[in-house]
Write a protein that binds this ligand. Structure first.
Ligand code: ZN
Length: 350
């Protein structure tokens, strides 16, 4: 079940003081979701409820120093507000959009925010805020959010994927976010499902992302229409002032357009093929799918589940549930806070 929202406004500072108290002390963590467009902050309690939130635009800050200054001032203000409202802040968790050395809290680089190469984010923030800080990549953080507070509750082995322009992934194994020794694990999007297949953004051929990522999906639809495939999409694009998006293809599929139904079925089958392999390797209890491409219900979940049943070993296929993500836009900051709770032992692996 989704934890109840105690505040839902985006931006602006909203304080609520009615969150549950345990043993007289209200524990909380500051979760920070750094995105290419905006940075979201939230004061989050161990139940995943957001007591206080704020956000600012990433692009409005000049360079790394400017963004760091804004991060520090927001975290300090959150700390003060939290203390005034009777919370004990256990630490700061950061979800960051790029490869991270999780142990050192070092940002290798951000693909979409310039100037962050080799930034010791944990060290800088700890010395400037005097709070313990944990940093992980955004895909892992979202997996942790779903594991603790969303669709993964009650399972110890979870694969959580965000299906958007690309595919982001996080693996929770035996109750722990799995990163690997170089913190590069969980790149589910780059599982190769066809050795001589489509070219992927990573430079390889046949990665599942080259079939299921939103950008590749649209490229393929366009190529097929150009080759003369018959679809209601052609007339929609001619007569309506609309862009070709996965959502539009989903609408056409729901209206019974055979071309659109086929392309969604194929997309689900490609993803299902990669996931069937993962089921054989990891025997997960749950596979959680979120992000724009997963928002089209049965169109994607139907063929994914059917393909896993067909291709994974029956024992692994029987024990996995494929479910939609629950946390939506809050997953990033709630999961960042979960980094603190899991490292502080406030939420034990179940
Ligand atoms: Zn790739």
């Amino acid at each position: 079940m989704t934890p109840p929202r105690v505040s839902s406004a985006e931006g602006g500072l909203i304080a609520l003081q009615s969150l549950e108290t345990r043993g007289g002390v209200k524990k909380a963590a500051i979760g920070v979701d750094i995105g290419g467009t905006s940075v979201k902050l939230g004061l989050v309690n161990p139940r995943g409820q957001v007591a206080l939130r704020d956000s600012f635009l990433t692009g409005h800050t000049p360079g790394r120093a400017g963004l760091l200054n804004l991060l520090v001032s927001h975290i300090r203000r959150f700390g003060k507000e939290a203390a005034r409202s009777g919370f004990k802040v256990l630490g700061v968790g950061i979800g960051a959009p790029g490869p991270i050395d999780v142990r050192k809290g070092l940002v290798h680089f951000f693909p979409n925010i310039p100037g962050w190469r080799n930034t010791p984010l944990k060290k800088i923030l700890q010395s400037r805020t005097h709070l313990p800080v944990w940093v992980d990549n955004d895909a892992g953080v979202m997996a942790l959010a779903e594991y603790f507070f969303g669709a993964g509750r009650g399972s110890r082995n979870v694969i959580a994927l965000t299906l958007g322009t690309g595919i982001g992934g996080g693996l929770v194994i035996d109750g722990k976010l799995f990163s690997g020794p170089a913190f590069s694990a969980a790149e589910v999007g780059h599982i190769i499902i066809n050795e001589k297949g489509r070219l992927c953004a990573c430079g390889n051929r046949g990665c599942v992302e080259a079939y299921v990522g939103g950008r590749s999906f649209i490229r393929e639809v366009k190529a097929r229409l150009k080759k003369g495939a018959k679809s209601v999409l052609s007339s929609w694009l001619r007569t309506r002032n609309t862009a070709l998006t996965p959502l539009l293809v989903a609408q056409a599929a729901r209206r019974g357009d055979p071309f659109s139904k086929k392309i969604w079925r194929e997309t689900g089958e490609h993803l299902g093929t990669a996931l069937a392999g993962l089921c054989n390797v990891l025997n997960p209890e749950k596979i959680i799918l979120g992000g724009g491409m997963a928002g089209n219900g049965r169109l994607i979940f139907g063929p994914v589940i059917a393909t896993i049943r067909k291709k994974a070993f029956p024992i692994a296929a029987r024990s996995v549930k494929v479910v939609p993500a629950k946390l939506g836009v809050d997953a990033g900051l709630v999961g960042a806070a979960a980094l603190v709770f899991s490292n502080k032992g406030t939420r034990e692996a179940r």
